[in-house]
Design a protein around this ligand. Structure first.
Ligand code: AMP
Ligand code: MN
Ligand code: MN
Ligand code: MN
Length: 273
């Protein structure tokens, strides 16, 4: 089975439209795909969930914060019409807009004016995020790469890393569960936490109804995968996996090119098969 349960379209910070993304999934011979745009389910208005050779699982990636660290929670197999979920998504969209204003103000104080308008030009009318500000900073020559923009201005602990307005971990998990979905802790190694801190996060996540964790995200080494699988066993969590694909130009996160889960994992897709 070729499965990818984490990827993005141009309606958040990916480069492919929803149609281009599903066409790529067909080309890559995927058996199961979940599109998980940041705080958005709009991609599903542009594609027919039953219209493809592969099984399309509805999904989203919610932004939240835990103990002052930005954390992402993927929701899988969600009822897109559920009112609690829809209201939650709407609220996160408002927060995203307010955050963009706050980021622009911070960048303005550093002498980079009109960054909101500049960043918006890199969106396709969907969610605005830090990658769009990063692209604008590259465009005006403030930095030479997107990575540098994150390192200097937008990444963890920098002026543009504004995360205090997001809904709480408890709220985003509730929205996912209300919509009949499974809440998955996304890319656990990206938070650069010690094992003790990651365990504390997992304990809080489980206490509010979290049920799964991404054991494989993008290009993990096998020792990292083994360690994440061990945590799933320890906490009796279901295991998910995904490329976190954003663009064909990022070969380290290629759509559908994700290794298999280790045999000691309980796959999250057992829930809907
Ligand atoms: P946001 O959703 O606005 O908080 O932006 C987070 C997104 O920025 C992530 O989903 C990544 O796509 C991207 N990102 C985060 N850190 C970096 C980085 N260091 N370099 C490039 N892109 C990054
Ligand atoms: Mn992203
Ligand atoms: Mn993420
Ligand atoms: Mn993602």
């Amino acid at each position: 089975m070729n499965i990818d349960l984490h990827c993005h379209t141009s309606l958040s910070d990916g480069t492919l439209t929803p149609t281009e993304l599903v066409n790529l999934a067909v080309q890559r011979e995927l058996d199961m795909l979940a599109i998980t745009d940041h705080d958005s389910i709009d991609c599903y208005q542009q594609i027919d969930p039953s219209g493809y050779k592969f099984k399309l699982i509805t999904g989203i990636e919610f932004s939240t914060a835990w103990r002052n660290t930005g954390v992402h929670i993927v929701g899988l197999n969600i009822d897109l019409k559920n009112k609690t979920l829809v209201n939650g998504v709407r609220r996160q969209s408002v927060v995203r807009h307010q955050r963009a204003l706050a980021i622009a103000e911070k960048l303005g104080q550093l002498g980079y004016s009109n960054s909101l308008e500049g960043a918006k030009r890199f969106t396709s009318g969907g969610q605005i995020g830090r990658p769009h500000f990063a692209q604008y900073l590259v465009q005006i020559g403030a930095v030479s790469t997107v990575q540098q923009a994150f390192k200097k201005y937008l990444g963890s602990g920098k002026v543009g890393d504004i995360k205090d307005q997001w809904a709480s971990l408890e709220e985003v998990v509730l929205w996912i569960r209300s919509a009949g979905g499974v809440a998955v802790l996304a890319h656990p190694t990206k938070y650069k936490m010690t094992r003790t801190r990651l365990c504390a996060l997992l304990e809080d996540f489980i206490a509010v109804g979290g049920e799964a964790m991404e054991v494989i995200s993008g290009s993990h080494t096998s020792s990292v995968t083994g360690s994440m699988a061990g945590l799933c066993q320890k906490y009796n969590l279901l295991a998910s996996l995904g490329s976190d694909f954003h663009s064909p130009e990022q070969p380290w996160a290629a759509l559908g090119q994700v290794p298999n889960l280790p045999p000691n994992c309980h796959p999250v897709w057992a829930r809907w098969q």
